[in-house]
Write a protein that binds this ligand. Sequence first.
Ligand code: PLP
Length: 396
Amino acid sequence: MVKIAERVQKIMPSGTLGMAQKAKELQSMGRDIISLSLGEPDFSAPENVTAAAIKAINQRQCDHYTMASGLPELRQAICDYHLKKDGLQVEPNNVAVYTGAKFALFTAFQTLVEAGDEVLIPAPYWVSYTEQIALAQGKAVIIETEFEQEFKVTVDLLEQYITDKTKILLLTSPSNPTGTTYSRQELTAIAEWAVEKGIFIISDEIYYELVYDGAESVCVASLSEEIKAQTLVINGLSKSCAMTGWRMGYAIGPAVVIQAMNKLTAHTTSNPTVVSQYAAIEALSDRTLASKQQMKQLFEKRIGLFEPLMNQIPGFKCHKPKGAFYLFVNISQAMNDCNYQTASEFCLDLLEEAGVACVSGDNFGVEGFIRLSCATNEQVLTEAARRMHQFVLSKK
Ligand code: PLP
């Protein structure tokens, strides 16, 4: 039997995909399962976007390779979108398009991280960061945050974690899994500190458009020219346009960084799939604004419904997220009351006995929490809350 390379043996399977898989298995056995485990909008991509893709196929525009960084007109569309949305001034040579934001991040870590380099990551963090950094032989330095402070990092906290090996600070606002969304002022203070310390910022802004309750979408690179010169922004269309299957992500950064990343792309995917690139041009246009707004309003409504229901369950507490579409619920009291040592055991029983799938916090670097996705309709969320409430009461 061929031996699997150690670097792959060492990485963890994706916890979010693992739980979704378990839920699907039970469903296929005829069980009535509500899955709140996956991080993907339940909407379809906007119709003007799919129509643009079909047109591009029919006009034979999708049959050949593009530049490694993507179609120039798509990179221009990304520049135009950001200029309009947050005043960020960049040129197409500051932009590269990828097969999803996930692959943009992978390419960034491969391009920037050398063996032993330290990357600061506030916990709770998205599942793939630590594994991608490990694959680049870097060291993920996890910053512990407090539930009471909405899991936010501050300059004082960051100061405690830097060493002479710190190379990158990874920021995710709005956050998956917590929905924590930093204000412009908070991000400016953190980014200015990073610039002063010579730490490069990777800002994962995949949930950038999905902000609620008066929170603002902030693109870190737009905060100042100095910050822009030290920042790589990661974004994409998966969440804002319900286009997870189209695999369209992008990176915006200093031209030298983008050029180096392009060199790597030329040896990996060559370029992202062309039909998706044409779809992305349309998705970034003003013609998609109404659909995006509609999806965002639905997410906001669902969160408004689900958050109070979760806080009514004995031993559960969570903040109302200001961004993304997840609730990150502190269940430590309920675990205590119901005799669970770990949130992952709680999740397994919740799935088996109540038919609700969610993801335990250890997948995001913290114990005593569960992540629930609001990417399903209000009726289903209400039923999920009822089952969860019942489950906790039955265990006490
Ligand atoms: N970054 C975060 C924080 C995410 O939650 C996700 C998807 O769940 C991604 C990146 C990857 O998005 P994409 O579908 O564009 O690869």
